[in-house]
Design a protein around this ligand. Structure first.
Ligand SMILES: Cc1cc2nc3c(=O)[nH]c(=O)nc-3n(C[C@H](O)[C@H](O)[C@H](O)COP(=O)(O)O)c2cc1C
Length: 230
């Protein structure tokens, strides 16, 4: 996809991208998606394995996934089918505070106080509607793949998210779908050899919504980079 004068720079796209949690119902042009995925094939991967495998849904198959997962959720704890531990068990500092902090900021943007557990849960469940996105991408790979290949999937995912920004589209990565991985797999006919990493909701941002406007914090560089020999 050739860049043009209107295209954001890579740095602009990085700054503009955010996890969008309210979409309009405007459809997404499949030709645009195809060009984005063609460009994202340039993502690097160890040994050039290109381990990412993708199932993209809209319309009826997307509705089918939402219905099937909702039925699973209705079973309560018995319906839970985690593909992997989304966070390490017993998450310690500084990571626990970062996770807590972003959750608080998100709910604050929606005006939902910590005590209102029911409203928080209802809002969390919006995840399983893809926040209203017309397209859902499921990113999965063969179960034989290990941490290096999962990191390759992450590079592919970020490439897609930046390319979506370039096209004026928005996204939200959603590992919450991995909590009901088996249902997603069965509903869409993914092989049993596949493990579901994450969903990616894709569509047009509903820019007027406060949930899409709050500043998402990042830690200072010195917390993550140890410069040696400079
Ligand atoms: C692999 C992955 C999975 C994620 N899963 C979810 C999710 O299930 N639900 C959600 O609301 N946000 C999810 N997020 C979004 C993160 O909360 C978000 O990236 C982080 O707070 C930084 O905010 P930003 O993306 O707006 O910059 C996920 C992000 C990644 C990279």
């Amino acid at each position: 996809m050739p860049a043009n004068n209107l295209s954001p720079s890579v740095a602009d796209a990085l700054h503009r991208r955010r996890s969008v949690r309210a979409f309009t119902d405007a459809p997404v042009d499949p030709a645009v998606l195809r060009s984005i995925f063609a460009a994202a094939q340039r993502a690097p991967s160890g040994g050039n394995l290109q381990p990412w495998q993708v199932t993209l849904v809209t319309g009826e198959p997307w509705d089918r996934v939402k219905t099937a997962v909702a039925a699973r959720i209705a079973l309560g704890r018995e319906g839970y089918q985690p593909e992997y531990d989304i966070y390490p068990k017993g998450l310690t500092e500084p990571w626990e505070s970062r996770r807590f902090g972003v959750g608080e900021a998100l709910y604050a943007s929606l005006g939902i106080p910590r005590e209102d557990k029911a409203a928080r849960l209802a809002r969390f469940m919006e995840n399983y509607r893809g926040f209203g996105a017309p397209v859902m991408l499921f990113l999965h790979c063969s179960r034989i793949m290990g941490p290096p290949q999962w990191s390759d999937m992450g590079m592919w995912l970020q490439s897609v998210m930046l390319l979506l920004v370039e096209q004026g589209l928005a996204s939200c990565p959603q590992e919450c779908w991995a909590m009901y991985g088996q249902t997603v797999r069965e509903t869409l006919g993914l092989g049993a050899d596949q493990i579901l990493f994450t969903g990616l909701a894709i569509g047009h941002a509903d820019d007027g919504q406060a949930v899409n406007q709050w500043p998402v914090p990042r830690v200072e560089l010195d917390e993550v980079i140890d410069w040696q020999g400079f």
